[in-house]
Design a protein. Structure first.
Length: 261
């Protein structure tokens, strides 16, 4: 385990694996760097990249200086990029995809290119309303220390398959995921808005916008809106993939620098 310190003093735990161009892996809700699916992804990505896998603030071995702000999470990414030598490729999954775009908008001189998968912004105003209602349910359950119910409620609300949710208590890492449930409010803060297309139109970094064919159609709509807004972007729908994308299917996209100009 290595430690990078963010601008507000938050210590961020990260691991380094593999050899090749620096790739910073920005995970989604309640994921952490030692979570088995993340470890499996990193092992595969490390065949082509030097992978910097870190615990987002409030998770795993990282600290969590308060108050929370999206800008502080972008500071966190910058500290990991600096640890990688000052330049890196970003891969962001789910809410991590939104953070990757925020980082690309703020520090294009440090980001070589970006790949995002299933950025989960609200796709229209009606979804914003329903998402706000979901956020309130999650907040209430967290206030009652019902972390497991809060996590399941959140995942159902964002369209995760019911079978997946039912099996969650059986998987290694469920206890840790429940402990990290309060950070769901961070992910909600990141994605409760409509895609900020006007701001992202100023991104001057190559971006590959990717969505899963079997992911909720709303995520396809968001992906197309982002690809249309970001000048140096491409859009791809991955056949047969849902929100839990296969690293093996994704790896050729991560390595395909020719898709960016």
């Amino acid at each position: 385990m290595r430690i990078a310190t963010s601008k507000d003093g938050t210590d961020l735990a990260y691991d380094v694996s593999g050899d090749g161009p620096a790739l910073v892996y920005i995970t989604g809700a309640t994921c952490f760097r030692r979570f088995r699916p993340i470890v499996a992804d990193v092992e595969l990505f490390a065949t082509e990249f030097t992978v910097y896998s870190y615990d987002r603030r409030g998770r795993g071995d990282s600290g969590d200086v308060q108050p929370y702000a999206i800008e502080r999470e972008v500071d966190d990414i910058e500290s990991i990029v600096d640890a990688a030598g000052g330049h890196a490729i970003l891969y962001g999954h789910s809410s991590g995809a939104a953070l990757a775009l925020e980082a690309a908008a703020r520090m294009p001189d440090k980001i070589d290119r970006v790949v995002i998968y299933d950025a989960p912004y609200a796709h229209d105003e009606a979804e914003q309303v329903s998402y706000a209602q979901l956020a309130e349910k999650v907040r209430m359950l967290l206030s009652e220390n019902a972390n497991g119910r809060a996590l399941k409620t959140f995942l159902r609300g964002i369209g995760m398959p019911r079978v997946f949710i039912a099996l969650l208590p059986l998987i290694p890492g469920w206890k840790t995921m429940k402990a990290l449930a309060p950070t769901l409010m961070y992910d909600i803060a990141i994605t409760e808005i409509l895609p900020p297309v006007q701001r992202f139109a100023g991104i001057d970094v190559p971006v590959q916008v990717v969505a899963g064919e079997k992911s909720p159609p709303e995520l396809h709509q968001v992906a197309r809106a982002l690809a249309a807004a970001v000048p140096r972007s491409t859009y791809r729908l991955l056949a047969g993939q849902d929100h839990m994308v296969s690293a093996r299917v994704l790896l050729p996209i991560l390595t395909d620098s020719s898709a960016h100009s």
